[in-house]
Design a protein around this ligand. Sequence first.
Ligand code: URA
Length: 253
Amino acid sequence: MPRPWDVMDAEQLRQYLEFYQDLGIKTLFRRAAAGVSAAAEAPVSIAPAVSTAPMELPPLAPSGDTLLKIIEDMGDCRRCRLHEGRNKLVFGVGHEKAPLVFVGEGPGADEDAQGIPFVGRAGQLLTQMIEGTAKKEGIALTRADVYICNVVKCRPPENRTPEADEMETCGQFLYRQLSAIQPKAICALGGTAARAVTGHKEGVTKMRGKWFKWRDIPVMVTYHPSYLLRPYNENAKREAWEDLKKVLHFVYD
Ligand code: URA
């Protein structure tokens, strides 16, 4: 089988490695030459410089990737510590070819029990926000027409914010979901999702209402519905409705 560096020019190889960086993969492993023990395999960092040493790269972003294939690859995932407290892995719900994807932070107790994202109180608010805003704006849309998922697929203990390594490990599956769906836009709910999807590090108050990009796909950032459930957040609620209007018109007009 030809090796990637035999068939790619420098620019193609750069893009190929950049794709792996997008997936959160920072290290590739050289296949040991015959007679060399696996322990002698050297990790090769792909950030920031591109190594010119021969590397055996895993297949590129599974072309023809599907949600089903991604679920199969996740399997009974034990790649990070979050699996320890999990009841159900919460992969995502909705239309495989949805033009709009909502990304939250991670499952809560209700989601962990049912294996479906955004089914608890925050989820009910999200459904109301999607369907209520669409109706007011004259857009025929129900929750079932969009896709909803999270940055991490297992519930963090006590609903704590996922840690960087957990987001990095699980993020590769989020990115594959987004790549497979190829929505017209993504809506990031809350700071954790916004940072994971856009790579920007500001807080959600600075980022909300603005367009960013994930690869070539426009990303709108807004508040997380759990934040909107807290009392005294009337202003934030109004802003979230504005953000949602923007993204719905962008996608469905
Ligand atoms: N909060 C999230 O971020 N995701 C869910 O699925 C539920 C609550």
